[in-house]
Design a protein around this ligand. Structure first.
Ligand SMILES: [Zn+2]
Length: 500
């Protein structure tokens, strides 16, 4: 029997509930005269000469013949007795089907009759009904791209499920508005989002969602949580390979799982397990039956790096430099529009870019005047200002072949004399180290540098910046460890450079 036939039958007899079939009974009442046994009996008694009318009337009762799908199943004493029984059946069916509206799918009729010495058989009628009554519920079928996901009690329940799953897969506050392919953004009473937060501006389903009315057996209505899990595609398992930085709780969060569930899925794991890179573990990875496409906008502030302009100045020596104007980064605001499918970005475009604060150009003055060549063994103080914090000689049972200089104005390190770089790189406890060979068998060493600005083989002028003071290697603080060697022997630097 298809749905349409059932509907037609229902509207004819029972579907509208008690009021509906009362009307049907009333409509059938005039048929009492047709085929009524009473008329025949009356005629017979009159012929026998009795005061027939009164005698027959006193012994004639009204019975109600019950017809199920046109077939007589017996006589009831009153429609109420049958009705009460049917209503209780409908309540049971509705309860079993999560509250869906239950209806009788048979055509039911009552035909009132006046019967001489008639006797009702209510128990017989109910037994026959118990056997023949078809109780169905009016539910809906949730269909996605032609595939039935499940049957739930009504349209509102189906829409709520689609909305919850859409929100879950898109990780956004979404609701389903009941139209295929449209998902709306829920209005949240949350505080206004932060300037850099992503805002959903549009959301839509990529699937065809149909919510189709269906008249089904009460047992065919699914549990809503089951339908939701099916739509979410929550029964799939997948292997993931551990990558650097992965943690069990991080993986659980990434796949929307509870840590306990992740551990249950992987019997060898405990919360204390140290994950190995390349190790495979099982996760429950949802393969949702729906794809939610969201459009979001995001505005971020990023720095605009400043540019540097260099001005040559013939009054300064080569290698000398002076900051005429310090540079300052600007700020710009970039607005992106992101298209996401189930949370993953599939497209990102810049829709607006505006400079909030322009950058300030740095202006640096560099000297071009050639340095007078210094006689061999004449060295400059290798830092900008500063003082010796540890001298040349024995200290704490160890020989210190250098002076340590700190307390400088800026951290620029300069070549103490013109020469050629012989080493520029890392050397154990020296950290970043530069060695420069000079005329007359001299060599100067500059250790613990934060940065080296020259390379081996490069000629350098006296006073030319070669790097930046630091604390690399075995250094307890930022300082320059400065050595002067003559023919391979460390010298006391204070014999060549004065305190400043
Ligand atoms: Zn030192």
């Amino acid at each position: 029997m298809d749905t349409e036939t059932i509907r037609r039958r229902l509207s004819a007899a029972w579907g509208e509930g008690k009021r509906g079939w009362r009307a049907a009974v009333a409509f059938l009442r005039p048929r009492r005269r047709e085929g009524a046994l009473a008329a025949l009996i009356t005629a017979a008694l009159v012929a026998a000469g009795f005061g027939a009318d009164r005698y027959v009337e006193a012994r004639t009762v009204t019975l109600y013949r019950v017809l199920v799908d046109g077939e007589d199943v017996g006589a009831a004493s009153s429609p109420d007795a049958v009705d009460a029984w049917i209503q209780s059946r409908l309540r049971q069916a509705s309860a079993r089907a999560d509250g869906a509206r239950a209806v009788v799918a048979n055509a039911l009729q009552f035909r009132a009759e006046r019967v001489y010495r008639g006797r009702a058989d209510d128990a017989g009628v109910l037994a026959a009904l118990d056997e023949r009554l078809a109780v169905k519920v009016e539910a809906v079928r949730l269909v996605v791209d032609g595939k039935t996901i499940g049957v739930v009690k009504n349209r509102a329940a189906a829409e709520a499920i689609v909305g919850r799953v859409a929100a879950k897969v898109a990780r956004e506050p979404l609701v389903y508005d009941g139209k295929a392919k449209t998902v709306k953004i829920a209005r949240l009473s949350a505080p206004a989002p932060k300037p850099e937060a992503e805002t959903v501006v549009d959301a839509a389903l990529k699937n065809d969602v149909e919510i189709v009315p269906a008249l089904v057996d009460p047992e065919a209505v699914d549990d809503e949580a089951v339908v939701e899990a099916r739509l979410m595609g929550e029964d799939g398992e997948a292997k993931v390979v551990i990558r650097p930085g992965d943690t069990l709780s991080g993986i659980a969060a990434r796949y929307n799982m509870k840590l306990d569930d992740l551990l249950a899925l992987n019997p060898g794991l405990t919360p204390e397990t140290i994950l190995q890179i390349g190790q495979e573990i099982l996760v429950r990875r949802a393969k949702p039956e729906i794809v939610v496409q969201t459009e979001t906008t995001k505005t971020v502030r990023v720095p605009v790096p400043y540019t540097t302009r260099t001005i040559e100045d013939a009054s300064l020596y080569k290698g000398e430099r002076r900051v005429q104007q310090p540079g300052k980064d600007g700020v710009k605001e970039i607005t992106y529009r992101l298209t996401r499918e189930n949370g993953d970005v599939v497209e990102e475009t810049v829709v607006d870019e505006r400079v909030i604060t322009p950058p300030v150009e740095a202006v640096i003055v560099v000297g071009t005047k050639p340095r007078p060549s210094a006689p061999a063994g004449q060295f400059l103080w290798p830092t900008r200002g500063g003082y010796i914090t540890s001298g040349y000689g024995w200290r704490g049972g160890k020989f210190h072949p250098a002076v340590d200089i700190s307390g400088v104005v800026d951290r620029t390190i300069v070549a103490a004399a013109a020469g050629t770089v012989t080493f520029a790189g890392w050397d154990g406890g020296y950290g970043h180290l530069v060695k420069i060979r000079h005329a007359g068998g001299y060599e100067t060493w500059y250790a613990h540098l934060a940065r080296i600005d020259v390379s081996a083989g490069q000629p350098v002028d006296q006073g030319q910046p070669i790097g930046v003071m630091g604390a690399t290697g075995h250094a307890t603080g930022v300082h320059l460890h400065f050595e002067i060697h003559l023919n391979g022997q460390a010298q006391d630097p204070t014999r060549y450079v004065g305190r400043r």
